[in-house]
Ligand binder design. Structure first.
Ligand code: KDG
Length: 311
């Protein structure tokens, strides 16, 4: 397996294009979870991925599991919980951007804990991908994330961590020390420049690197401006290409999938960042958290020489 993603996947209820969260719209049901988004997009790029999580033993759980399976994600490790429901979230796309509303407390995934680990050890992966969302959904989730990063119970896999602060789940003051500690224990860290500023008061990528100084790879994304990759060899900047944004939700997951695809294929940092921008641009143009993507080799073949542009 190339990547095992662990975290909560909800059913995302999203209005059909042009609709709002109101009584006049009709809606689509899709899987929505930062970690499984990475697994699904990485699978589209041509890698073998699995998602481990928990959903209810309910039709919404079936939607999550079946949709991810259809997208090429291995779902054999997903636990069905007969006591707790699958979480749901609603999207409301408006002129000022998309708002999200979560209905997730007490969900099956919020009860995930270190007791789930034994079931996951049989799935060795090159990369284990986690996010700060799992640390926010419950005390057990926080303990599980800490243990996965501090104790490395899943073996030698590289630990990839997307900070993903969700203000609707916890305040910046509560989240800041926890997310910093988790990031410092990871091998690969993704964080938004503005997200880092909100959490830790770091104004630019260089100051984020001074703070998160242990991971071999740190990627600081500055939305439409650029992404900066720090590696043991130095620093690399790749500007973002302007895109017409339909819905920004999921773009960070797509960036992580693109970058990780480059890592798994042994590509250099510039190419990894370009793959990240490419995948993010596809999701930014889509109303869904996911988008159709070509195989990574095709994407790389399409990159032009010279200035780092994203086709
Ligand atoms: O990154 C996209 C996610 O925000 C979305 O899929 C839902 O996992 C989610 C969350 O917790 O916000």
């Amino acid at each position: 397996m190339d990547l095992l993603a662990i975290g909560e996947t909800m059913v995302m209820v999203t209005p059909r294009p042009g609709g709002r969260l109101d009584a006049h719209s009709s809606f689509l049901l899709r899987p929505g979870g930062a970690e499984s988004n990475v697994a699904a997009l990485l699978s589209a790029l041509g890698h073998r991925t699995a998602w481990a999580g928990a959903v209810g033993n309910d039709p919404l759980g079936d939607i999550v599991v079946n949709s991810l399976r259809e997208r090429g994600v291995e779902v054999g490790l997903v636990r069905r919980d007969a006591e707790r429901p699958t979480a749901v979230y609603f999207k409301d796309p408006g002129p000022e951007g998309t708002k999200v509303y979560y209905y997730r407390s007490g969900s099956a995934a919020a009860a995930m804990s270190t007791a789930d680990l034994a079931a996951w050890t049989g799935c060795p992966a090159r990369v284990v991908h986690l996010t700060g969302i799992t640390a926010a959904i419950s005390p057990q989730g926080r303990e599980l994330t800490h243990h996965l990063l501090a104790g490395r119970p899943l073996g030698t896999a590289l630990a990839s961590f997307d900070v993903n602060h969700r203000p609707a789940l916890w305040s910046a003051a509560d989240a800041a020390p926890v997310l910093l500690d988790l990031a410092q224990r990871s091998d690969i860290v993704f964080v938004g420049r503005d997200e880092a500023e909100t959490l830790w008061g770091t104004p630019d990528a260089g100051s984020v690197r001074k703070l998160i100084d242990r991971p071999g790879h740190l990627i600081v994304k500055d939305a439409a401006v650029e992404a900066v990759g720090f590696t043991p060899d130095g620093e690399c900047r790749v500007p973002a290409t302007p895109v017409e944004v339909v819905d920004a939700v999921g773009a960070g997951d797509a960036f992580a999938a693109g970058w990780l695809s480059g890592l798994l294929d042994g590509r250099d940092e510039t190419t990894r960042l370009r793959l990240g921008h490419f995948a993010a641009s596809r999701v930014l143009r889509s109303p869904s958290d996911l988008a159709e993507l070509p195989r990574a080799a095709e994407v790389v073949a399409g990159f032009t020489a010279g200035p780092a542009t994203v086709p």
